[in-house]
Ligand binder design. Sequence first.
Ligand code: ATP
Ligand code: MN
Length: 460
Amino acid sequence: MVDLLKRTDFGASVNVKGWVRTRRGNKQVNFIALNDGSTIKSVQVVVDLAQFSEDVLKLVTTGACLSVNGLLVESPGQGQQAEIHAKEIEILGAADPATYPLQKKGHTLEYLREIAHLRPRTNTFGAVFRIRHHMSMAIHTFFHERGFFYFHTPIITASDCEGAGQMFQVTTLNLYDLKKDDQGSIDYSNDFYGRQASLTVSGQLEGELGAMALGSIYTFGPTFRAENSNTPRHLSEFWMIEPEVAFNEIEENMQLAEDFIKYCVQWALDHCKDDLDFLASMYDKELIERLNFVLANDFVRLTYTEGVSILEEAVKNGQSFEYPVFWGADLAAEHERYLVEKHFKRPVILTDYPKEIKSFYMKQNDDGKTVRGMDVLFPKIGEIIGGSQREEDLEKLTRRAEEMGVPTKDIWWYLETRKFGTAPHSGFGLGFERLILFVTGMANIRDVIPFPRTPRNADF
Ligand code: ATP
Ligand code: MN
């Protein structure tokens, strides 16, 4: 359809297949808007009712799937250059008007979540999922063009150093008949892997192994977090992109993050114009403006300490936050958004966080208090990227892991990268759905993945 709508060889015989969006007209002529999902635009099929039997016509209802043979004709109507004058209509699949749930336009997004098996057929979700595809292509192209290798890290993992408490366990043990030892602990020696295993919360540790051999790698895969966060920005199953680069220090890591996001945003403007225009008109009038704004402006870079000072100053001047701000506190989304939306009015990269609120593997600064972590903060989203320069010194890394209670014996293989040919290196994780939220202007993360997984919801 996307190609057909551009054709100008009027008079040609064509076939189109797709789903009926609407049917309207009078007693002589009907107009069917047929859509095959390849573009937000539907093709108009003009039907001279006298030429078709009532048996066929009565099945041409919203949601039905048709195959239409006809003539390509220059359209007199506005908004399309070609339409089809139907010669033959075959009903591939009828859709009972009494029970098809997508009869009328203007269903709420909440209602559409309850029919996630059909919502891809709406203009909104067609647009979002086409953009999602294009963003995947942008990501692979960006890294491939820069000499990065797509490195596949495991989804099942036996190291839980990152995600204590928020991992989904993977087991083949019979839960109705769990064997426990004298201490009452579960005996995993009979489990599938002979030990406790879980779904990954991040591919980073294995990604670092890749970078310490191939130089520049990225991962792009599903990630799981059993955190009970019922927010518009958290899923329990989401996709993450994690580049990891040998020899990069934190400054180069920040530049990579900025270039990467801008490349993806530019790609969307170049490849998804029709879908973006539709989403802008329906949900977010400032969408295109905001995308262009991100492209045109450098991201602000400042330290966590400077960021906290700005927030404390704001509180002094009457700004109120739900959560307190002070040096050492983990920033909440409200604080991040204040910096981005109110103070700087631009994307912000915060660096050098207190070591207590960051992971054991981040490179320690000489001040003994902060580590070389970085978060990229975006308007409407808050944190879109989290990353760091990694600690490459074996002794410092091991000491920090022990201080933080990370079981070092489980990650002996990770520590060996520092033992054999260690090197400075850096990387970050971008939440794919957070990027899609920003690019589409949608407000809830449940509406940018086809089948969202959230606490108490794994339907479809
Ligand atoms: P947040 O504070 O927003 O929960 P985080 O600090 O837990 O994020 P990281 O562990 O640094 O996030 O993960 C890297 C990136 O993955 C984040 O910047 C974000 O874009 C994305 N991300 C993290 N958790 C989720 C989630 N539950 N659902 C969707 N994306 C997520
Ligand atoms: Mn989180």
